[in-house]
Ligand binder design. Structure first.
Ligand SMILES: Nc1ncnc2c1ncn2[C@@H]1O[C@H](COP(=O)(O)OP(=O)(O)O)[C@@H](O)[C@H]1O
Ligand SMILES: [Mg+2]
Length: 278
């Protein structure tokens, strides 16, 4: 693994209003440059966990280090300099009067030059299909557009650690792919990306590592292709592997896809099926 950007040690977290732990002894390390998907049923603890990575939550017990800094000691404002966090509900994030002001805010704060801001603004708005809405008021956009605006505003800061909570809820397949492509582009340039999502097809396309949560615990953690093979374990977390893995197992039981699945890898599967004479 590369140098760690996140180190979680014996992390326990309890909400004041509840008796049981929302996170129960979580241990994991995420290296710089990884692309990680965190999956699990509603209520399994995904959001509670990732809110520890930008200091929104502090451990009840145990520790979380981000780039070597203990989040209990580093103010959230300091973490915000290199950790970008996109909320599941865009209305918990968007605050500016116009789309442009929303996207400019972060980069301005970080001291980006005017040219760089203009460049980045044009790019993220175009990729998020928001070009032409610069002067519009965010609350007048559709929910899907507001969600993409929330992502655009964080992407514009090009954070070294990008965390997105359920980015594709309410987006159609094409919009979801565009969004993930943009995240991937940042990842290709060395930024660490962590995404929670219910969309297993997107996970198989983009994430190289998958962390599976169930009832406040991490039950599986490993390379995407290894995780999706563990059908029985996944069932315990109410997760069905992506369609392409199911297809592979149906066509050719025991066939193992040896990397995350991109459309061209279907060819690998179909050739194996042909070879096997099915
Ligand atoms: N603000 C809160 N106050 C009390 N309990 C909460 C709060 N947010 C989440 N929880 C509880 O913590 C557990 C984990 O929730 P969450 O992290 O939101 O899961 P996920 O993101 O996987 O759906 C659930 O039992 C949920 O009901
Ligand atoms: Mg959640």
């Amino acid at each position: 693994m590369t140098d760690p950007i996140i180190q979680v040690q014996h992390l326990f977290y309890k909400y004041d209003t509840r008796d049981n732990y929302a996170l129960d002894d979580i241990n994991l390390t995420i290296g710089k440059g990884e692309f990680v998907a965190i999956i699990g049923q509603n209520g399994s603890g995904k959001t509670t966990l990732i809110k520890h990575f930008n200091g929104l939550h502090k451990p009840t017990r145990g520790s979380v280090l981000v780039d070597g800094h203990d989040t209990k000691e580093l103010p959230t404002s300091e973490l915000a300099r290199f950790v970008g966090y996109v909320f599941q509900n865009p209305d918990h994030q968007i605050f500016a009067e116009t789309v442009q002001a929303e996207v400019e805010f972060g980069p301005k704060n970080l001291g980006f030059s005017e040219e760089r801001i203009a460049e980045v603004m044009k790019k993220v708005l175009s990729e998020m299909e928001l070009s032409g809405t610069e002067e519009e008021m965010p609350f007048q956009l559709s929910r899907g557009q507001r969600q993409r605006l929330a992502v655009a505003a964080v992407l514009a800061m090009e954070p070294s650690l990008l965390i997105i909570d359920e980015p594709t809820t309410g987006q159609d397949w094409r919009e979801s792919i565009a969004l993930m492509e943009l995240v991937k582009e940042l990842n290709d340039r060395g930024h660490t990306c962590i995404v929670t999502t219910h969309n297993m097809n997107l996970v198989s396309l983009f994430a190289r590592r998958v962390i599976v949560m169930r009832q406040a615990k991490v039950i599986l953690d490993g390379p995407t292709q290894d995780i999706f093979r563990q059908v029985e374990e996944l069932k315990r977390a109410w997760i069905k592997p992506p369609d392409v893995y199911t297809l592979a197992q149906t066509l050719l039981p025991g066939f193992q896809l040896d990397k995350p699945i991109f459309p061209e890898d279907l060819a690998q599967l179909l050739m194996a099926v042909e070879k096997a004479g099915r």
